[in-house]
Design a protein around this ligand. Structure first.
Ligand SMILES: [Zn+2]
Length: 242
């Protein structure tokens, strides 16, 4: 016997399947995001180390430039020495030379320090880079299955949503309006089966009389006294089929 509430039952089943797929899609999204976060961390570290490296390179260029200036100054001062005519000029020149040589020494120390830092950083970048490559391929491997599942869920959702809308058109106006109101307020399964003497939407246990009434009349439906979802009593055959 074909129940007149069959479209309503079909609608409920479609919604349930739709919700399952929507849930699985977001669950997969989270799993993929978690896997990606490892790659992102390595990527971030890689960029950070490369930034440090370019800072060091720039600093090195500046120091090198200053070294050249000091060397030229020393050369100039040395050339002037034979032209010095008195004690006072000699002392001044000697002072200037000493200052310049001291500065040059400091700059050369700084350059050495930068070279060493750069060498360490180069090594660090190498290892961060290989970690990045490794985590990237691990991510691809790990998520290829998840991405396929996600795609499957996506296709299911794309099929189920129009099916739900088709079924909704077949339901009486008042139910349709109720259904749409529920969906607007975030209830994704406005029509539900009674399961284990409870509303399968809000999981509240229903009064035996309430359950018995619907069991006796499988073509009827009632609103859940707790969440006001439309409830029906599922046929046993339905359960086996699904
Ligand atoms: Zn309920």
């Amino acid at each position: 016997m074909l129940l007149t509430i069959q479209p309503l039952i079909d609608l409920a089943n479609t919604d349930l399947e739709l919700q399952t797929n929507i849930f699985s899609r977001s669950h997969l999204e989270r799993q993929i995001d978690t896997a990606r976060s490892v790659v992102d961390q390595h990527q971030k570290l890689f960029e950070q180390k490369n930034n440090e490296l370019s800072h060091i390179i720039n600093e090195g260029k500046e120091v090198q430039n200053n070294i050249q200036i000091q060397e030229e100054l020393i050369l100039r001062l040395d050339e002037q020495v034979p032209k010095i005519r008195n004690e006072k000029e000699f002392a001044a020149s000697k002072n200037q030379l000493e200052e310049a040589r001291k500065m040059l020494g400091l700059l050369e120390d700084k350059m050495l320090e930068l070279d060493m830092k750069k060498e360490d950083l180069d090594q660090e970048i190498d290892s961060v880079n290989s970690e990045l490559t490794e985590s990237n391929s691990a991510f691809q491997e790990e998520t290829s299955g998840l991405l396929k599942k996600q795609e499957k869920a996506e296709k299911k959702i794309a099929k189920l949503e129009p099916r739900r809308n088709r079924l909704l058109k077949k339901t009486p106006q008042n139910i349709k309006r109720f259904y749409e109101r529920c969906q607007e307020s975030g209830i994704s399964t406005p029509v539900c089966a009674i399961q284990d003497k409870s509303c399968s939407g809000c999981h509240m246990v229903l009064l035996p009389q309430f359950v018995n009434e619907l069991m006796a009349n499988p073509n009827a439906h009632k609103n859940c006294p707790y969440c006001s979802r439309i409830l029906y009593f599922p046929e046993v055959e339905e359960e086996i089929e699904s």
